[in-house]
Design a protein around this ligand. Structure first.
Ligand code: NAP
Length: 321
């Protein structure tokens, strides 16, 4: 049975300097904080503008181990937050606007304060790209999803749309055929950008139907998605499909703009890890979707948070005077 979970609302007392500052409060950030605080490292989380991260936008989470009856995404994140606080973490719901990793101690500027840290864990995550169609925001978590692994099993025997033409879209479409009646792949071009093997698998799947040169125009429904209108990019004509859900799989954007001139990022903006969870700056670590574009699960983000915290603890021991 799930414990009753209440969100903390009072503003905590903060200091200027911490052993560890964690930027971001998703599964990676909270898990890192649980470990660093428990290791008696004075820890501050600066949560950003969506405390709890992407899981705050989902409904039921069925695949996070430990919850036999599943748990709501926001409840899971509130529980992680409370667990971090119980271990002694200070959490502030403020946004980081600038960082200086070139001087020590590291400096982190938020809208309201400047903080210093001996070590930093970046756990700012990644955001799924939005399709930009009418109704997308309104039906988010009510039929519009950005993660088939998370939400697919809720759409048994329904007709669904997957938007996108890359590897993620093919992977999601194939995965969804386990549950769905039919999966319509809607792609804005006349050919896919997915790898050949993923294309072949999708083409071979009799439950998948392709709609070329089409974009999502409008998402309609009542409590949940019921219909989606596609627009032909060549002639502007529209058609409406009766479907129970839309899975948007048009890529992710790592939340790394703040760090662009401070640490090494790859060509699409993900943090490059050097040695386990270390970044290109000694003392700055990263955990979760901000560097991991392969797994992108709450449980893997939490695991990376744990790893970064253990690395930080060792780093601080090595550098203590
Ligand atoms: P991606 O490769 O960047 O593909 C994004 C897809 O979405 C493209 O087809 C793109 O179409 C389309 N798209 C982008 N913006 C759009 C918009 N505003 N409206 C409509 N369509 C839009 O992203 P991804 O598929 O998430 O893959 C990311 C990386 O992970 C890739 O390197 C991929 O190979 C890798 N990955 C690998 C696997 C695997 O091997 N099993 C699985 C998942 C991901 P255009 O072609 O028209 O730009």
């Amino acid at each position: 049975m799930q414990a009753e979970i209440k969100a903390e609302s009072k503003k905590p007392e903060t200091k200027r300097k911490y052993n560890v500052i964690i930027i971001g409060a998703g599964p990676a950030g909270y898990t890192a904080a649980i470990y660093t605080s428990r290791a008696k490292r004075d820890t501050l989380i600066i949560s950003g503008n969506l405390p709890g991260g992407q899981l705050m936008l989902t409904t039921e989470v069925e695949n996070f181990p430990g919850f036999a009856q599943s748990i709501l995404g926001p409840d899971l994140m509130t529980a992680m937050r409370q667990q971090a606080e119980r271990m002694g973490t200070t959490i502030i719901d403020d946004e980081v606007v600038n960082v200086d990793f070139k001087h020590r101690p590291f400096k982190i500027l938020t809208y309201s304060e400047e903080y210093e840290a001996d070590a930093v864990i970046i756990a700012t995550g990644a955001s799924p790209r939005k399709i930009g169609a009418k109704g997308e925001q309104e039906f988010s978590a009510r039929g519009v999803s950005y993660c088939a692994t998370c939400d697919g099993p809720f759409f048994k025997n329904q007709d669904l749309i997957v938007a996108g033409g890359g590897d993620s879209a093919m992977e999601e479409a194939i995965f969804l055929t386990k549950f769905a009646n039919k999966v319509h792949v809607v792609h804005r071009r006349d050919k896919l950008s997915a790898s050949k093997i993923m294309q072949d698998r999708a083409f071979e799947n009799i439950k998948i139907k392709f709609h070329w040169n089409r974009v999502i125009d409008e998402i309609k429904g009542e409590q949940k998605v019921k219909q989606i209108t596609l627009r032909d990019t060549k002639n502007g004509q529209t058609e409406t499909l009766d479907v129970g859900g839309l899975f948007v799989a048009i890529g992710h954007e790592p939340n790394t703009k703040l760090f662009k001139d401070q640490i090494e990022l790859d060509e699409v903006g993900y943090i490059v890890l050097k040695n386990h969870t270390r970044t290109s700056v000694d003392g700055v670590f990263a955990a979760g979707d901000v560097h991991d574009h392969r797994y992108r699960q709450a449980i893997t983000a939490a695991a990376f948070g744990c790893m970064a915290a253990i690395d930080v603890d060792r780093y601080l021991s090595e550098h203590s005077s």
